[in-house]
Ligand binder design. Structure first.
Ligand SMILES: NC(=O)c1ccc[n+]([C@@H]2O[C@H](COP(=O)([O-])OP(=O)(O)OC[C@H]3O[C@@H](n4cnc5c(N)ncnc54)[C@H](OP(=O)(O)O)[C@@H]3O)[C@@H](O)[C@H]2O)c1
Length: 267
């Protein structure tokens, strides 16, 4: 695993959950880390735990100027950027027609456009180095649309599409991309779902540390895609071949178990 030794890695969403655990995991491999999120206090708390060189880049990825500036600051500090892990994310569940459209926009801006702008700024740096890896943390919901998660799923589908397209566009340039699609992971983002009596019966969450271990493995092996979690990868293929049956299954399992589905008294 010491292929990560001295690599310069920027992790967004490092102040919590999967991002925090990924920073801890990568530090064990001797990577030099730039840590990004809005909560600067959490980033310095994390930095104190890590026995590796760290650089804090507090920023809000929904502000494109701040996103571009974060990449520039990392390159100025370390002289390069080897791996960018776009992990910052926001979940919002709602009945779509009742959801405030500003919330829809915020989810798309955080989960998709925030990552897209960092990639836009990082790619020229990596192409010049003839070396670079971008890891985008999407979700199973980016491969399989889920009830009450339309905006979130749309943002993650977009991230999956961006990743796969760019990997094919920059083939053999030395720069590659990975999309990571977790199922449920026990982090503050998932806590509401995991504490819900209906949904907790369906989910067998992974820990953030298990997820981080897989992400580090992707960084070493440059896998194109990782699906990891409680929804079997086979379900994605099944949905492709049997879309009507998949609608029925997801409506009667996740849709009915969800608090919004229960309150509606789904048919
Ligand atoms: N947990 C799950 O079940 C699950 C499943 C599939 C995929 N994922 C994905 O995994 C990623 C990490 O999620 P998590 O579960 O670790 O959730 P989490 O514990 O809530 O962490 C989310 C991270 O994103 C950062 N963030 C949110 N908005 C931001 C913004 N505008 N600018 C900069 N940073 C921002 C947060 O930091 P600040 O608040 O400090 O800014 C925090 O560090 C997300 O992309 C999520 O969609 C999670």
């Amino acid at each position: 695993m010491n292929r990560l030794k001295d690599k310069v890695v920027l992790v967004t969403g490092a102040s919590s959950g999967i991002g925090w655990a990924t920073a801890v995991e990568l530090a064990k491999h001797g990577a030099r880390l730039a840590l990004a999120a809005r909560r600067a206090d959490k980033l310095s708390e994390l930095s104190k735990l890590l026995k590796t060189e760290t650089f804090l880049v507090p920023c809000d990825v929904t502000d494109f100027k701040q996103g571009r500036q974060a990449i520039k600051a990392v390159v100025k500090t370390f002289g390069r950027l080897d791996i960018l892990i776009n992990n910052a994310g926001l979940m919002a569940t709602a009945r779509y027609h009742e959801q405030d459209f500003h919330e829809v926009e915020r989810v798309l801006r955080t989960n998709y456009l925030g990552a897209a702008v960092l990639i836009h700024e990082a790619l020229p740096v990596m192409l010049k180095q003839k070396e670079g890896h971008i890891v985008n943390v999407a979700s199973i919901a980016g491969l399989l649309g889920m009830p009450y998660m339309a905006a979130y799923a749309a943002s993650k589908f977009a991230l999956v599409g961006l990743t796969d397209s760019l990997r094919r566009e920059y083939y053999r340039t030395g720069v590659t991309l990975t999309v990571v699609c977790p199922g449920s992971v026990d982090t503050p983002m998932a806590v509401e779902n995991l504490n819900d009596e209906g949904l907790s019966r369906l989910a067998r969450p992974k820990t953030a540390e298990q997820m981080a271990h897989k992400i580090a493995h992707c960084c070493v092996n440059r896998h194109p895609r990782l699906i990891y979690g409680d929804v079997p990868g086979a379900m994605i293929h099944f949905a492709h071949w049997a879309p009507r049956l998949t609608d029925w299954i997801l409506h009667h399992t996740y849709g009915k178990a969800h608090p919004l589905g229960r309150s509606r008294g789904n048919p």
